[in-house]
Design a protein around this ligand. Structure first.
Ligand code: ATP
Length: 310
């Protein structure tokens, strides 16, 4: 299947400063998280996707529409939730969403119907009739989300949709994003700094750093370590057991939360660790295949030095 968004060697210079350096990407349906440290080039990339900025070189398309050439068609098919507020004081929540739908050329009554429908989906009750300037952070987030969705676009670009939300609201927002991707078939590009959110919902992850794509892969693939290994938690003296494992020739690394990572093929290694634990008189709390955490993946990607190749 063709990717919904395809970028080929997109570069962007601001004067002599290069904000994007030959970015090539394929983004499919599902949820793709776009990560990167401050200044990595994420906002620049989003603006190019939305047609708000022109790439200095390279080309790309959203659906069947060329970036920089079919901006109107692209904007009709993309729902963008900006990080910052952009509302008109004096309008109520439902009027604000209605206005967004009207700007997407829906007639007034149909726009109002859509506004109510989408605010129901966003879990907004009677507060939709209040002036938006009286809204809490969570309500303003829902409003921006509703405005991005109201014209039912196939592609959503969500900039920090959960920032500033309390844990309950955050979970509800992530659930809505999952419903849109899994049940409604939308492609979601999720820009966030909140790694647990990325872990909770993403199918794929793109990491930008220093203007370049460092990682672009399915989260499932990224989580599998390059060398097979087991993560072992024990009851007893972990340092002493770690030394014991080293003495018998195993390749061992301490990992987070008092766990020990031992390299080797899973089944025979697990058997051996049980035996060694019995000998050392320590209890085994758990043995499980190691997974790369998103934090490790992110830090490794960001630490890597530019190699001069695309
Ligand atoms: N209009 C501009 N003129 C000059 N430099 C710019 C301009 N816009 C962005 N930059 C620079 O380009 C680089 C990438 O900026 P961008 O906003 O795309 O990064 P970002 O990954 O979105 O960062 P953040 O997470 O902080 O929002 C930064 O160094 C920024 O200072």
């Amino acid at each position: 299947m063709n990717a919904l968004i395809e970028l080929d060697e997109i570069s962007k210079n601001y004067g002599s400063y290069q904000a994007l350096d030959r970015v090539s990407l394929s983004i499919d349906s599902g949820i793709t998280s776009l990560l990167g440290p401050n200044g990595a080039g994420k906002s620049t990339l989003i603006k190019i996707l939305l047609g708000l900025l022109r790439a200095t070189s390279g080309e790309g398309r959203l659906l069947d529409f060329q970036l920089g050439r079919h901006n109107r068609q692209i904007r009709e098919r993309v729902g963008y939730m900006p990080e910052d507020d952009c509302y008109l004081s004096g309008l109520s929540g439902v009027e604000s969403v209605q206005l967004s739908a009207q700007l997407s050329r829906f007639p007034r009554l149909e726009a109002l119907r859509r506004g109510h429908e989408i605010l129901d989906f966003c879990g907004m009750g009677q507060e939709r009739y209040r002036a938006v300037e009286t809204y809490s952070t969570g309500m303003r987030q829902k409003l921006r989300f509703a405005q991005a969705l109201v014209h039912d676009p196939p592609i959503l670009i969500l900039d920090e949709p959960t920032s500033g939300l309390d844990p309950g609201e955050r979970e509800s927002m992530l659930n809505r994003i999952k419903i849109l991707a899994r049940e409604k078939g939308k492609a979601v590009l999720l820009c966030t700094h909140i790694l647990p959110d990325v872990q909770a919902v993403s199918d794929a992850v793109v990491i930008l750093a220093n203007a370049r794509v460092r990682v672009a892969d399915q989260l499932e693939h990224l989580s599998v370590p390059t060398a097979p290994s087991l993560r072992v938690k024990i009851l007893g003296d972990a340092d002493a057991f770690e030394s014991h494992l080293r003495r018998v020739g195993l390749s061992v690394q301490p990992s987070a939360n008092g766990a020990i990572t031992v390299e080797g093929q899973h089944e025979e290694l697990a058997e051996r660790i049980w035996q060694l634990a019995r000998q050392a008189r320590v209890g085994v709390r758990s043995i499980e295949p190691s997974r790369n955490s998103l934090e490790e993946i992110f830090l490794n990607a960001v630490r890597e030095q530019p190699d001069g190749h695309s």
